[in-house]
Design a protein around this ligand. Sequence first.
Ligand SMILES: NC(=O)c1ccc[n+]([C@@H]2O[C@H](COP(=O)([O-])OP(=O)(O)OC[C@H]3O[C@@H](n4cnc5c(N)ncnc54)[C@H](O)[C@@H]3O)[C@@H](O)[C@H]2O)c1
Length: 459
Amino acid sequence: MTTRRAFLQSAALAAPALLGNNVATLPRPKPSNRISLAMIGCGYQAVYGNLNAFLLDPRVQVTMACDPILRAPGYGYHVEKEAGRAVLKEKVDAFYGNHDCRMERDWRKVVDDPTIDAVAVLTPDHWHALVGIAAMRKGKHVYGQKPLALGISEGQAMARVARETGVVFQVGSQQRSASEFRVACEIVRNGYLGELKGCEIKVETNRGGCWGHAFNRERRTAPSYFEPGMWDLWQGPARHWENNAFIPGIHEPMVWRFNSRTGNGMLADWGAHHFDILQWALGKDDSGPVAVENMTTNLPEDDEVFDFADVFDLDFVYANGLRCHVSNGHMKDPVFGFHNGVLFHGTEGDLLVRRGFIKLPPKLKKWREKTDLKDSDVHLHKSRGSHESDFIDGICLGTPVAAPCAVGHRSSTLCHLANICERLRIKGLKWDPVAERVVGNEAAQRLTVVPHHNGWTFG
Ligand SMILES: NC(=O)c1ccc[n+]([C@@H]2O[C@H](COP(=O)([O-])OP(=O)(O)OC[C@H]3O[C@@H](n4cnc5c(N)ncnc54)[C@H](O)[C@@H]3O)[C@@H](O)[C@H]2O)c1
């Protein structure tokens, strides 16, 4: 542990008495005593999502904006926003009222910079493991977006390095810091829903309009918003297309999700959130299902560009026989209308949870989390503020975080197992959650290993 980190932990901001406070009301230490945070990846989720929460935490100073793109149009679910390192810097500087936020194109310089205490990895999925591991090895704390990695081998390596280095690692599964999901999981986990009979998850696919970008398979040269060398840095370990082509439908902002060289498809994009809640409710954070079964998808034949299904059905099966049915789309509820979320079926009734809403069975309708949960019950991690501030608590106070690396790896594993079945067009597979290996299918086991190209490796 560095002297600076020891200082940050022992400084006034680390006083345990502050634990009960809302972080926004904490005193703001002078900049040199704040956590110096670099944002690596300045796209939609960074500029319009995580940044706001980090700026509002008085213990943080956002000091660096890193992205190979200076500024580009086309970010946002309706392609209406700009992003890039200059956009993030402008927002940070406007908030602090100065010009101090530095910009960097190459993340390797950021993780090598001794003035940086923590990084937020907000890149497309193909970079999560390489950047996250390099940062941890340099002693940086990491807020790493979900799904944790591009595949199981990368997640295993990240969880191992997080354990070895002892840095604070918060996976961006922010549903773990939302009270409706915690309450739902506490009710299920402590048996207040009776015996759990099954579970249903609906995953948003939202691929219809490719999030505003066309389903465009044209091969082009990289657009001018990539300065020389930056298109290669954007692609990093991802296998290049013929003639190093830029394909708008999978290379414009945000749509990297729809190709397996850079993303994990929509099953993982939203699935990573809801499978994480399933694992939490079942108490399987260090384990997982033993099988994927009944998989059907609309995966197109021979489409190398859009190579993920957006219609899917499957079951995750746990060792005790519990079955969770997953499909794309929305549930329809008379109260909530259409939504994606998690529905638990217990012998005492159904519990439905989605972002901002929880619907309890009649017997539990008056559930008061403060008094109805007994001292002897399992009490799950309660973030006192945002998921981002929970990460900062982990750094300043040494408290456990809501979504540690190893936990995010286990939740993301469900996404990867389903994607492996989809890729091989098989109905299912058996999984050994202890050995973390596919049972009896070598082709599927091989797909747990993520190949790295273009000379990139995390060693
Ligand atoms: N937790 C959530 O609710 C949530 C929501 C949306 C996205 N996400 C996650 O956030 C991450 C980013 O998604 P997004 O929607 O913001 O994508 P995006 O395409 O809008 O942004 C990604 C940014 O990363 C940059 N980038 C690419 N290579 C880089 C490199 N080598 N170094 C630094 N930056 C690099 C890109 O140029 C781009 O600006 C993904 O992992 C996604 O799954 C999480």
